[in-house]
Design a protein around this ligand. Structure first.
Ligand SMILES: Nc1ncnc2c1ncn2[C@@H]1O[C@H](COP(=O)(O)OP(=O)(O)O)[C@@H](O)[C@H]1O
Ligand SMILES: O=P(O)(O)OC[C@H](O)CO
Length: 594
């Protein structure tokens, strides 16, 4: 176990709390005199420092040298920690990354990334191999560490790691063999539409929203409990393993944590509150598995992991060259991005563009129920004694996945990045609208029977127009989510902080600003999801290496895309989009009736 000096960090936290002075270790020694004077001038401030100073309360000036010495000592110790690193596993739907960050500047030091294969056994089904997911993580950690050595930096500098993950994706495995009982059913997978119908019929008012007051979510193919129900109903091996008491359930965080902390030999079967809040089984008020919800879905509590907070030591790595390091942060990927973008204040919003697109609005310490199709979710709880923060979320199922579809199914681009040059060849879509409702529509419609449409085609439509319509689809979906968010919160949203793999696409960002009519702010450092997990890991009690105290890194060097449209034009284009959306509705159902 690495030895960590936590006193300097807690000293720093105390100094900030008492003086209100935000500073970094490198600048703090210069400020020390002003800080000390401020502290010494206030008897109450000084009293609360007595435990640190080993002194009784006394008159201000008499204490000044001691206070000064304390502050200089604290910040000299902190400055010596400058070279500490924290790692984060970011296990997304399209790829896995491991990234190392400096604990005092939040700068990325080095990283490794690996694509993950998706399996499509039937229309609407999306699976991944849990073992491939696990191996991608260990490979990314080991490869990143090789890159660190190539930079002449030592592995001992890494003090902790965090995990952030695609959410809702459901994995079941046998705790005796350690083997998965089925492929991971991905959050996007829509095989459970009939399961959802049956479950809706089981509710008192036959209403998909009737569990919202407990879990914050509507009944939908998206969430884990529905996927778990399907596994119990359809896969004999899963049912038998549950009967024998061998089955463990987890989302990707839990699967990774169990395996990385020893697997068959004492692996920890935990999840964090943010991931648990996406299952439909956790009560968002008590933060515990809810008996009534488990009964409703008929899922045995015994298979569920223990719910922990998002920042604590869950266990120690038993795999990879970082063996022995604490794993001390877990957050669902969208919540991690909220933390990584430092959206700690009520009303702060971020939108992450990856395989899907997810807009989260920090609503503070109480869950807010949506009346406009958004989700209520736990945003973070960064320590056992720390308060829980909630968010309203607008989830869009298909964003970058539509770009992958143009690449893999239509072959009109070779790499995802090529879409930008292709779409930039034309000035507009020539009236073409593309609604990629591949597996239904999420927020704000929640229509599992919707299917994708491309409309407004003419003999003039080219692949360039389609590429541009694909980018606009991502933006229109965000506009609809933002609309719902404004209605639910009653507050205006003046700018949009963005991140995620798609945001390197500047044309997409400009289109987004044009269609939403507010500035879009892209951070210089796009890996805010991983950063959030690293922050949670570094802040955990007993680790305490994270001491960023200046502007959030996402605010440094950010680029702002200004809207270049007028409200009339925006309204016209959005109403056309809505017409296209109407055409996707009930397609599956119509098909079944024929
Ligand atoms: N330059 C680009 N323009 C548009 N889409 C892109 C670009 N680069 C990557 N993407 C899309 O972004 C997604 C990957 O983003 P990422 O944040 O890594 O996703 P995830 O977290 O879901 O794994 C993929 O769907 C890919 O098609
Ligand atoms: O893989 P991403 O980054 O698109 O995120 C997936 C979400 O967590 C699904 O809820």
């Amino acid at each position: 176990m690495p030895k960590v000096d936590t006193s300097a960090v807690s000293g720093h936290n105390a100094i900030v709390a008492h003086t209100g002075m935000q500073t970094s270790p490198s600048k703090a020694v210069g400020y020390a005199f002003e800080m000390a004077t401020m502290l010494a001038d206030s008897k109450s401030m000084l009293q609360s420092f007595a435990p640190f100073l080993d002194a009784e309360s006394a008159s201000g000036t008499a204490q000044l040298p001691k206070v000064l010495g304390y502050i200089v000592g604290t910040y000299t110790a902190l400055a010596a920690m400058d070279k500490w690193l924290v790692g984060a596993v970011d296990q997304g739907t399209s790829s896995t990354r491991f990234i190392l960050f400096e604990s005092n500047t939040a700068k990325m030091v080095t990283h490794h990334q690996k694509e993950i294969s998706q399996i499509f056994p039937q229309e609407g089904w999306v699976e991944q191999d849990p073992v491939e997911i696990l191996h991608s993580v260990t490979e990314c950690i080991d490869e990143t560490m090789k890159k660190l050595s190539a930079l002449n930096l030592k592995p001992e500098m890494v003090k902790a790691i965090g995990i952030t993950n695609q959410r809702e994706t459901t994995i079941v495995w046998d705790k005796v063999t350690g083997k998965p009982l089925h492929n991971a059913i991905i959050w996007l997978d829509a095989r459970t539409s009939e399961t959802v119908e049956k479950l809706v019929k089981k509710t008192p008012n036959r209403d998909k929203d009737s569990l919202r007051d407990k879990c914050g979510l509507p009944l939908s193919t998206y969430f884990s409990a529905v996927k778990m129900r399907w596994l119990l109903d359809n896969v004999d091996e899963v049912r038998q393993s549950v009967e024998k008491g061998h089955c463990l359930f987890g989302n990707v965080d839990t699967w990774l944590l169990w395996n990385l902390t020893g697997g068959l030999h004492g692996g920890k079967h935990y999840t964090d509150v943010t991931n648990a809040s996406r299952t439909m089984l956790m009560n968002i008020h008590t933060l515990e598995w809810d008996d009534e919800l488990c009964k409703f879905f008929d899922i045995p509590k015994a298979i569920l992991p223990e719910i922990r907070c998002s920042s604590e030591i869950y266990g120690y790595l038993m795999e990879t060259c970082l063996r022995g390091l604490p794993i001390s942060g877990i957050l669902g990927d969208q919540q991690a991005a909220l933390v990584g973008q430092s959206c700690f204040k009520i009303g702060q919003v971020k939108n992450t563009y990856g395989t899907g697109c997810f807009l989260l609005n920090n609503t503070g310490n109480k869950p807010v129920e949506s009346k406009h199709g958004l989700l209520t979710t736990v945003a973070y709880k960064l320590g056992k004694e720390k308060p829980t923060f909630y968010a309203l979320e607008g989830s869009v199922a298909i964003a970058g996945a539509a770009v992958q579809w143009l690449r893999d199914n239509l072959g009109i681009i070779e790499k995802s990045a090529d879409i930008e040059t292709l779409a930039a060849d034309v000035d507009d879509t020539h009236g073409c609208y593309f609604v990629p409702a591949f597996s239904g529509l999420f927020c704000p419609y929640w229509q599992p029977d919707a299917r994708g449409v491309i409309c407004g085609l003419s003999q003039f439509t080219t692949k360039q127009h389609l590429a541009r319509a694909c980018l606009e689809a991502v933006c229109f979906q965000t506009c609809e989510v933002l609309d719902a968010m404004k209605k639910d919160s009653g507050l205006p949203i003046v700018s949009l902080q963005v991140d995620g793999g798609m945001t390197v696409n500047s044309l997409l960002m400009q289109l987004q600003a044009d269609l939403v009519g507010i500035p879009v702010v892209r951070p210089a450092m796009a890996e805010t999801t991983a950063l959030g997990a690293a922050m949670a890991a570094g802040m955990a009690e007993g680790v305490a290496v994270w001491h960023i105290d200046e502007d959030p890194p996402s605010a440094q060097g950010a680029y702002m895309f200004q809207p270049r449209t007028n409200p009339e034009e925006r309204a016209k284009r959005l109403s056309r989009w809505k017409k296209a959306v109407e055409r996707t509705m009930h397609w599956e159902l119509t098909d079944l009736l024929e």
